[in-house]
Structures are given as structure tokens and as C-alpha cells.
Design a protein around this ligand. Structure first.
Ligand code: AMP
Length: 429
């Protein structure tokens, strides 16, 4: 016999529910507003893309592509994947729609879910949400890097995100007189301390030496401190670009800390990299990562194109805001304004009309579908945390005089229909 199965959300995914979703919406509205003031338009790329796009853009050897992607064979036998990030999609769209013909740079932002088969923990999910932006084409003027960072910081400031810290670095560019030369030296230095490094770092030393600098292992920290630093190996152009980015940040009043260990593992990442952390997140405290990637569009088959962007982890942003909610005025607003307690057939017709008028005026209204005794109805109104109850019995309807009860103190007042609407509008302003 079939047993009743209980379905649960897949591991690493979760339902976002009211009232929390109100906070998600507020965050997304704020992003749209702030990014709009910086001249960014929204792009909504698909959630599935050719697997090869990510293999190229994120790197076939990366953990994200080699272990964490949700990949399936599409019907026509091409391989498709759920997107693990969106920069690749934005660049693909830039090329596909010939956006290099538009006035440059093209400034785009996106909001949506990403998928990575990671080990779930607080602040790390298999379906998570990112809010990101990219500036494509035009120049690589340091003011662009600085303005992109200023935009994220303005967004976080608007949300009153607690304990925001910006770290920046320059990783130069992929040339012998710049990053390649540095990586060779780094590798040589790592060889000398190899025995004292853990297995992960030993592996990375070969595959991607820069990533050793990411290590969080306690016993490796003093060793890493002695390694050569990229700032001492930047070419003149990259050095000048980095100095100018810092100057531009200062002109914008953006506070930063330099962190020489902030790196990206892929060749096309260059120059500016940045990361932003916030409070209340434990070990997963990065809420935003970004950087310059001038080679990416070309790598995907487009024209040589300058590029810089960032991705904010929305789940973590929300966690941090929630952790701080007691201290800041981010609390959600009352969700129900008026509960209409009606009794009698005439009253229902009036109640339906009143609900329509109140909703058109922007109030949230609960209209019981079935007649209820006033006592019951008022109980439900306070359970729903309504500000007011509008009491409509056949008498009230006949007299054209409606009773409005303020649930917080139990006080009642009578109004004519138009006076009621005016009163509610006044009390809202
Ligand atoms: P990345 O695309 O890896 O550079 O990540 C950018 C930001 O996305 C990070 O700083 C995190 O805030 C967020 N993020 C990345 N992976 C996850 C995940 N599995 N769950 C939740 N947030 C994530």
C-alpha cells in the first residue's frame, strides 16, 4: 500500500516566507533605486545556460564548475547548467545583442537565484540569491572602479547594513612583468615552505598558487605572512591604476582597507579586486565580492572589452540586517490596516465596496469571506495585528454611519463613508 510521503524542500534550498519576504522586497527595491541613480538598467538573463559558458568563464578546473554545478543533458543532447553566477550570462548577452554598439559603457544589474552544490551551512545555500552589476565596454578609467564600489557602499548605507568593511587589492594583469612574474616568485617561495603547508595548499600551489593566499588555516597564517606580496611586483601601469582607484575612492569618501591577500583565481581577472564583509554572519561574512575582468568578453568570443562588476550575496545581506534589526529602524511596517467585520447581507455588499475603495486608496484590507459574529471577527482582527476594525452591521449600513475601532486602545468612533476615508488617509500621513 502506498504510504503518504512528506515532501521537504531539497537540501540547501529553502522557502522564503512572509513576513521575511517583505524585507527581501525592500532590499531589492532599494537596489533598483540606488543602481538606477547610478545609471544602471536591469537585465534578466535565463537561469539555464550552456554548460560550456560557465566552463569557459568560471574555469573548468574551478570547484564551482567541476563539482558544484547542476548540469543536465538537454533534449537535443547539448549540456545545460543552472547558473552558478551571472557575470558569464551578462557577458554572453552583451555579445549576443551586439551591445558594443550602444553608448559605452553599458551598465547592467541583475537580481536572482544562483545554484551551487555546496555543503549547506548558515549563510551558504545551494540555491542562493545574488544582486550584482557589471560595467562593460568603454574605458578602464579608475573612476569607473571607484564609482562601482561607491554604488555598493551607497546601497549598503541606505539599508543601514551593520559593520560594513570594504577591502581592496590590485592583482595586476597577466603578464611577465606583472602578475605572471609575481606568481613565479610566489611559487618558488611556496616550494621552500611546502612541508609546512596543509594538503589543500599543497595542491593549490601547483594548480593555482594565488589561491593559497585565501587559506584560513590557523597554522598557515604565519607562513603566508612571509610570502612575497603582489604590490611589490605590479607593472607601472597597474601600479598607477591602483593608486588612482584609491585616490578616487577617497574623493568619494569611501573608506577602505587594503588586503594584499585578496585574490581571484582566474587569468582574466585583473587589477581591482574587492570584498565587503558585514556583521552578524559568523564565518561566512563576505556579503559582496567584485573585481575587474577586462579579458572575459573576449574569452567568450566577443570583442576586446573592459569590464568590472560585483555580486552581493542577498541571503547574507538579509541575515546581517535581521541580526541588527533590534538596533536599527529596519522593522517591517504594519501589514494590515483595516479588518472589516460585517454581519448581514446588506452589510456584505457595503463591505465589498468599502474594501474596494480602501484598497484603491492603498490600504491593506481583510474582508472575511463568511459572515462572523462581531466578537469572533474582532478576535481575528487582533490576531492578524490589524490597526483598525471597521464594523458594518445592517444598522450601520442603514444609518450610513460606520464604526471604526482602533485595536491598540479599543477606542471607537463613528464616521460617514467619505469622512472615514479622509480620517484614514490623514492618520497615514
Ligand atoms: P562569488 O560569486 O563566489 O564571488 O560570491 C559573491 C557573493 O555571493 C559572496 O560574497 C556571498 O555573499 C554570496 N555567495 C556565494 N556563494 C554562496 C552560497 N552558496 N550561499 C549563499 N551566498 C553565497
Amino acid at each position: 500500500m502506498a504510504t503518504k510521503s512528506k515532501f521537504q524542500a531539497i537540501r540547501g534550498t529553502r522557502d522564503l516566507l512572509p513576513p521575511e519576504t517583505a524585507l527581501w522586497n525592500r532590499v531589492e527595491e532599494t537596489a533598483r533605486q540606488v543602481f538606477g541613480t547610478f545609471g544602471f538598467g536591469e537585465i534578466r538573463p535565463p537561469i539555464i545556460e550552456p554548460t560550456e559558458l560557465f566552463a569557459r568563464a568560471v574555469g573548468g578546473d574551478s570547484d564551482i564548475v567541476s563539482k558544484e554545478m547542476y548540469t543536465f543533458e538537454d533534449r537535443d543532447e547539448s549540456s545545460a547548467s543552472l547558473r552558478p553566477e551571472a557575470t558569464a550570462s551578462v557577458c554572453r548577452a552583451y555579445i549576443e545583442h551586439g551591445m558594443q554598439q550602444l553608448p559605452l559603457p553599458v551598465k547592467l544589474y541583475y537580481i536572482g537565484p544562483m545554484f551551487r552544490r555546496e555543503r549547506p551551512q548558515k549563510g551558504r545555500y545551494r540555491q542562493f540569491y545574488q544582486i550584482g552589476a557589471e560595467v562593460l565596454g568603454g574605458s578602464d578609467a579608475p573612476a569607473i572602479d571607484a564609482e562601482v564600489i561607491e554604488m555598493v557602499m551607497t546601497f549598503f548605507d541606505r539599508l543601514q547594513l551593520p559593520g560594513v568593511q570594504l577591502e581592496i587589492n590590485s592583482i595586476g594583469h597577466n603578464a611577465d612583468n606583472c602578475r605572471r612574474g609575481y606568481v613565479a616568485q610566489l611559487k618558488a617561495a611556496l616550494e621552500k615552505v611546502k612541508d609546512r603547508l596543509g594538503a589543500d595548499s599543497q595542491r593549490r600551489m601547483e594548480s593555482n598558487p594565488l589561491r593559497v593566499l585565501d587559506s584560513k588555516l590557523e597554522h598557515e597564517q604565519p607562513i603566508i605572512e612571509t610570502l612575497p606580496r603582489i604590490a611589490d611586483h605590479l607593472c607601472d601601469d597597474c601600479k598607477a591604476h591602483y593608486a588612482a582607484v584609491k585616490r578616487q575612492l577617497e574623493m568619494r569618501g569611501v573608506l577602505y582597507r587594503e588586503n594584499w591577500r585578496l585574490v581571484r583565481g582566474l587569468d582574466y581577472y585583473m587589477r581591482t579586486t574587492f570584498e565587503i564583509t558585514a556583521q552578524g554572519l559568523g564565518s561566512q561574512n563576505a556579503v559582496c565580492g567584485g573585481g575587474r575582468y577586462d579579458g572575459l568578453v573576449e574569452l567568450l568570443g566577443g570583442p576586446p572589452t573592459k569590464g568590472i562588476g560585483f555580486a552581493i550575496g542577498e541571503d547574507r545581506l538579509i541575515l546581517s540586517l535581521q541580526a541588527a534589526q533590534n538596533q536599527s529602524p529596519v522593522t517591517s511596517r504594519q501589514s494590515l490596516d483595516v479588518f472589516i467585520a460585517w454581519m448581514g447581507e446588506h452589510a456584505q455588499a457595503t463591505a465589498i465596496r468599502a474594501a474596494k475603495d480602501l484598497r484603491n486608496a492603498g490600504f491593506s484590507v481583510e474582508l472575511p469571506p463568511i459572515e462572523q459574529k462581531f466578537g469572533k471577527a474582532l478576535e481575528r482582527a487582533s490576531k492578524l495585528n490589524s490597526l483598525y476594525a471597521l464594523i458594518l452591521g445592517d444598522n450601520e449600513v442603514a444609518e450610513g454611519s460606520w464604526t471604526l475601532k482602533t485595536l491598540a486602545d479599543g477606542s471607537q468612533r463613528k464616521f460617514t463613508e467619505p469622512a472615514l476615508l479622509d480620517f484614514l488617509k490623514d492618520s497615514r500621513d
